[in-house]
Design a protein around this ligand. Structure first.
Ligand SMILES: Cc1cc2nc3c(=O)[nH]c(=O)nc-3n(C[C@H](O)[C@H](O)[C@H](O)COP(=O)(O)OP(=O)(O)OC[C@H]3O[C@@H](n4cnc5c(N)ncnc54)[C@H](O)[C@@H]3O)c2cc1C
Length: 394
């Protein structure tokens, strides 16, 4: 029996999970430690993942994908997170998929036919360019402007934290094309573009980060960058609302990745508590060591149950409850991952600081989903307002 046998949700999509685990076995913790230390994009993992068909899971078969469900993708990302690859591995594959739902839903048939098969095959690496230096949580404050010069759009402005830009081919950019009227919503007048990251007018500078370093996150400067009319996605002026459409599935993906991360930390710490002898006995014999691990298990168990409830709501019912459930799942899973990696750090004692034990890398990574792609305070705001009926606070 392993700890995994005590997570009932792992019986879902069992064959798929097994296949992902088999692929991930080739890329062990030492591999991810090296990629992270060298700040090297994991090309071989990414290629393997794409060639195995996992990357295109959610893209319909007619566009070269696997035609799978959200449940499939969530299971895949959870297993990648649990493999020891953590968020380095998850972000590698999650990033190019971020724009696929938007293209699928709002793109033209020509755009879908041109881009989705390439994304599914791993031949077009797309990134997500929303955040700016002065517009993080409040996306509608973006300063990036797109101007129609009569032949095409010209984009000027700066994106920050653009994950994968160094490796990327194209970026899904959110830019303002008009100002909303005084009584209109601030989300109006924002448009989505698929812009070329290789253009001469684009400068990319990686941000030195404290973790998840196999995938660079970058400042990206656009100076009058040309984007063809045919590379606008959806309706001009409606981009912010188009993007909102894909947020629930993204929350579920992040939730799954963090459950995976937490499972890895719990298993590693439990094993270490059996191996490590202090005062002549295993440290795992102490209740002070056992209880935080038991609590991690319970936190992950409860969070995973909410996640898969949300997945079913999304896939089967597609119902009105999905907003609250997807937010709840993202909050509970990411918080469970933070507490599980933190408890694991204590179990590893001084060795938690040795790279050799890998827990420190996962501990740092576990902090990231608390703030990105949406911070957990905004989720509490959502629950306070939409579930509890309290006044909007921002
Ligand atoms: C490693 C990494 C990778 C990323 N990758 C991408 C990417 O690929 N593409 C992209 O577009 N962005 C990316 N991001 C950006 C990320 O989405 C933003 O950092 C996030 O949206 C928060 O924005 P901010 O950092 O400007 O925080 P701010 O908006 O400055 O907020 C700071 C803190 O204030 C609090 N806060 C703010 N408003 C409220 C409120 N109303 N109520 C309560 N609390 C509040 C929250 O605790 C929040 O964490 C990435 C970030 C990181 C760190």
């Amino acid at each position: 029996m392993s700890i995994d046998d005590h997570f009932p949700h792992l019986a879902r999509d069992a064959d798929l999970r097994r296949a992902v685990r088999n692929l991930c076995k080739k890329y062990d913790v030492a591999y991810w430690d090296q990629q992270d230390a060298d700040q090297e994009f994991p090309e071989d993992f990414f290629r393997d993942f794409a060639d195995s068909g996992f990357l295109g899971t959610l893209i319909p078969e007619e566009y070269g994908g696997g035609g799978g469900s959200t449940s499939d993708m969530v299971a895949i990302l959870e297993e990648v997170g649990a493999s020891g690859g953590g968020l380095n591995a998850c972000s590698t594959i999650h990033t190019p998929l971020l724009c696929a739902p938007t293209i699928l839903e709002f793109g033209t048939e020509k755009q879908r036919a041109e881009w989705l098969p390439k994304i599914a095959a791993g031949n077009l690496y797309t990134t997500f360019g929303v955040t700016e230096p002065d517009a993080g949580t409040d996306t509608t404050r973006i300063a990036m402007k797109a101007v129609d010069d009569g032949n095409s759009w010209r984009i000027t402005g700066t994106k920050v934290w653009n994950t994968g830009a160094l490796r990327g081919d194209k970026v899904l950019l959110l830019a303002r094309t008009s100002e909303p009227g005084p009584t209109e919503r601030r989300g109006l007048g924002i448009t989505l573009f698929l812009a070329d990251l290789h253009a001469e007018s684009v400068e990319i500078r990686p941000i030195p980060k404290i973790g998840r370093n196999a995938v660079a996150s970058c400042e990206v400067f656009f100076e009058g960058t040309k984007v063809a009319y045919e590379d606008v996605i959806g309706e001009v002026g409606q981009g912010f609302y188009h993007l909102m459409h894909s947020l629930n599935s993204e929350r579920l993906f992040v939730a799954a990745e963090t459950i995976g991360l937490g499972r890895w930390a719990l298993a590693a710490a439990t094993q270490y508590s059996l191996d490590r002898v202090v005062f002549g006995r295993q440290i795992g014999k102490n209740q002070g060591v056992q209880h935080p691990l038991a609590k991690s298990y319970l936190d992950l168990l409860a969070a995973a149950e909410v996640l898969y409830r949300a997945v079913d709501e999304y896939d089967i019912k597609g119902g009105a409850a999905i907003g609250a459930l997807a937010n709840a799942a993202k909050y509970l899973c990411s918080e469970a991952a933070v507490s599980s990696t933190d408890a694991a750090m204590q179990v590893f004692g001084g060795y938690s600081f040795a790279r050799e034990y890998h827990i420190g890398r996962q501990w740092i990574e576990s902090r990231l989903p608390r703030v990105a792609p949406v911070n957990n305070q905004m989720i509490l705001n959502f629950i306070a307002e939409r579930t509890l009926g309290l006044p909007k606070s921002y």
